[in-house]
Design a protein around this ligand. Structure first.
Ligand SMILES: C[S@@+](CC[C@H](N)C(=O)[O-])C[C@H]1O[C@@H](n2cnc3c(N)ncnc32)[C@H](O)[C@@H]1O
Length: 294
């Protein structure tokens, strides 16, 4: 089966996802032996990565458990979603809050998936005690289980060679070398992790990039950016990278929620190598390429 790239729906919806630009960015992934992605979130780049052997990690345990379930038990993932979704249709909104309470006690990865699919704007949001606190999206019932099963099975195929790890990005990158290609999509500088409450420290991150340069690993980094008139520019030190460009990654979720004028978000893309072609910066003009799914 051939799937046009632009209709591969996300399996895990994630705020800050690189879904719109993944087909474009992947053109710059060179032919290394291993692909590493240490901030995996919703994993939008994974189906496009062109390097089968891969390591992907994140600091959120239930997210990593969910990725592993999608990889090894896709049928069960689909069934678990269907069970909860059917109950929601027959018994009403209370089911969402039951699942949420249960998730906050157990951090069950199937509850997590169901919540991400039925909460307001799909925003994964936690309070200071680390409890999921977003509400149910009243007018949207969540994706139909039959359609969702197809999406889960496709993704399971695309991630079959990926090793998922739950750890800090520095641990994932510890053994990176000249045979590796690293794709980096970190949180904004200064943001605190929802679980460990550890801050994402830019200076430590820059050191890690320098270390990757010194061992000869190739990397692409999407970072900071601009939303409307607001700038998030952390000015990556010039000596760390070789090339920089901007790419439109979508619209700001915050201005969308607040129903003010929707701001376009541009993200900076840094390379530690010279890409052979310029990035096409308007994703809507891309010619649809295809992914082969057998
Ligand atoms: C911008 S999101 C990645 C989005 C992803 N590229 C996508 O397309 O969906 C950043 C991710 O980094 C993770 N993260 C934050 N701090 C981390 C750390 N110290 N080590 C590993 N992962 C971390 C977050 O949990 C989040 O999933």
């Amino acid at each position: 089966m051939i799937i046009p790239r632009n209709i591969l729906e996300p399996v895990i919806k994630w705020s800050g996802s690189k879904r719109l630009v993944a087909p474009e960015l992947c053109r710059y992934i060179s032919n290394q032996k291993r692909y590493i992605e240490p901030f995996i979130g919703g994993g939008s780049m994974l189906p496009f990565r062109q390097i089968p052997k891969a390591v992907a990690s994140d600091i959120i345990p239930e997210l990593v458990r969910l990725w592993n379930q999608i990889k090894t038990n896709p049928e069960q993932v689909a069934d678990e979603y269907k069970n909860r979704w059917d109950r929601l249709q027959s018994d009403g909104h209370g089911v969402f809050y039951e699942v949420r309470d249960s998730f906050n006690k157990t951090k069950n990865e199937f509850d997590f998936l169901f919540l991400t699919r039925t909460c307001v704007n799909g925003l994964i949001r936690y309070n200071n005690n680390g409890e999921f606190n977003n509400s149910m999206h009243k007018n949207r019932p969540g994706i139909n289980p039959k359609s969702f099963k197809e999406i889960i099975l496709k993704w399971s195929y695309f991630i079959k060679d990926v090793e998922f790890r739950e750890c800090d990005y520095r641990e994932t990158l510890a053994d990176a070398n000249k045979n590796d290609f690293v794709f980096l999509d970190p949180p904004y500088g200064g943001t605190k992790d929802r679980y460990t409450k550890t801050e994402f420290v830019l200076e430590q991150f820059y050191c890690e990039l320098e270390r990757l340069n010194s061992v000869g690993a190739k990397w692409i980094l999407t970072f900071d950016g601009v939303a409307g008139s607001r700038e998030y520019d952390y000015q990556l030190p010039k000596e760390i990278f070789l090339h920089k460009t901007e790419i439109k990654t979508g619209n700001s979720p915050f201005t969308k929620i607040m129903k003010t004028t929707v701001d376009a978000v541009y993200e900076s893309v840094y390379f530690n190598f010279k890409p052979t072609a310029e990035l096409r910066t308007d994703v809507n003009q891309y010619v649809s390429q295809e992914l082969v799914f057998v």
